[in-house]
Design a protein around this ligand. Structure first.
Ligand code: MG
Length: 297
C-alpha cells in the first residue's frame, strides 16, 4: 500500500517513498493542537474531551503533561518560546510563563466573553492571532455548554495587550497560519456547528500588519481545514477527512498523505523540521517528509 496520493508530479519529491506514516500513540478521544518543543525534544498536544494536554517524547512515548487543561485546544509558542494555549473551558487564551505561572492574554472583547478560542499563531512582531469559533460552547463534550456572547471572529492581541477583532465576516474561523514571509494570512472557515455552511480556506494579503480583503484560496474535499501549517516554500499542509492535503501557494492540490482516521491538526518538528506530526481523532501519527516546516521562534 502507499501512504501517499500524488496529484501534481512535483509532490512525489516532497515525500520519501520509504518513510512510513506511523501511529505514534493512540487511545485518545479527540486530539488537536500539536506544538513542537525542539529544546525539550517533545511534542505537546490536546486530548480535548479528556481535559488534558499530552506530551509525546520520541522513543519514550506519552505522558500526561497537564490535567485538567481547561479543555485546551490549539497551542503555539511565542517569540520567547513560551507556550500559548487556547482554552475552551475558561474561554480564554493564556501564556505559560517560564516560572510556571499562567498569564491571561485574552478572555473578553468589548466586555463580553470570548466563545472558545481554537487555534493560535504568533507573528514576527509578537502579535498573537487567534480564532474564536463557538465549537467549545455548543456542547459539554469539548468544554462547557454556554450562551454565545460574541460573533465568531479572528482576533489579534498586540504586545501591549490591546485586543482587536481583525476578521469579523466568517461563520466559524478555525485553523490559521501566515505565509513564510508573513505577507499572507490563511484562515479556514469551517462553518457553524450543525449547519451546511460552506467550508474553505481564505487568504488575506497583509497590509500594514492587518489583513486586507480576503478571497477564496482552497476548499478541502473531503472534510475541512481544521488546522494547517506551512512549509518553507509556502505550501499548506492541511487536515482533511482522508488525511493531510498539500496545497500549493497558487491554491491547487499537490497531493495527499493518507491517514486512516479523521485528521484535525498538523505541525512540523524534529531535528530538521521535516517531521510532520498529525493529530487524528484517537491517535497521534507522524512521518518524515522531504520538506521543512516554518517554525517560529
Ligand atoms: Mg481547530
Amino acid at each position: 500500500m502507499s501512504f501517499f496520493e500524488v496529484i501534481d508530479p512535483v509532490f512525489a519529491t516532497y515525500v520519501l517513498g520509504n518513510a512510513p506514516v506511523k501511529r505514534l500513540a493512540t487511545g485518545f478521544d479527540w486530539v488537536e493542537g500539536p506544538v513542537w518543543f525542539g529544546d525539550a525534544g517533545c511534542l505537546l498536544f490536546s486530548d480535548i474531551p479528556n481535559n488534558r494536554i499530552v506530551r509525546y517524547t520520541p522513543g519514550e512515548g506519552v505522558t500526561t503533561y497537564r490535567q485538567p487543561s481547561n479543555y485546551a485546544n490549539g497551542h503555539t509558542r511565542d517569540r520567547q518560546g513560551r507556550l500559548i494555549s487556547c482554552e475552551h473551558g475558561t474561554r480564554r487564551v493564556t501564556r505559560r510563563e517560564w516560572d510556571g505561572t499562567v498569564t491571561v492574554i485574552a478572555d473578553r472583547y468589548q466586555g463580553k466573553r470570548l466563545n472558545s478560542p481554537n487555534d493560535v499563531v504568533v507573528a514576527a512582531d509578537g502579535g498573537i492571532w487567534f480564532t474564536d469559533p463557538h465549537y467549545g460552547i455548543m456542547s459539554d463534550y469539548e468544554g462547557y455548554r454556554a450562551e454565545q456572547e460574541l460573533p465568531c471572529n479572528v482576533y489579534r492581541v498586540d504586545p501591549d495587550g490591546t485586543l482587536e477583532a481583525v476578521i469579523t465576516d466568517m461563520n466559524c474561523p478555525n485553523g490559521l497560519a501566515f505565509s513564510p514571509d508573513e505577507s499572507l494570512l490563511y484562515v479556514a472557515d469551517t462553518g457553524r456547528m450543525f449547519s451546511a455552511d460552506p467550508r474553505h480556506i481564505r487568504v488575506h494579503p497583509m497590509r500594514d500588519g492587518r489583513p486586507g480583503e480576503g478571497r477564496l484560496f482552497h476548499a478541502i474535499e473531503p472534510g475541512c481545514a481544521d488546522g494547517f501549517r506551512v512549509d518553507t516554500d509556502g505550501n499548506l499542509w492541511s487536515s482533511a477527512a482522508d488525511g493531510v492535503h498539500c496545497i500549493a501557494p497558487d491554491g491547487h492540490l499537490m497531493g495527499k498523505i493518507l491517514v486512516p482516521e479523521l485528521v484535525s491538526n498538523v505541525c512540523f518538528g524534529g531535528r530538521a523540521k521535516q517531521q510532520l506530526f498529525i493529530t487524528a481523532t484517537t491517535s497521534l501519527y507522524g512521518l518524515t517528509l522531504n520538506r521543512s516546516g516554518v517554525q517560529r521562534p
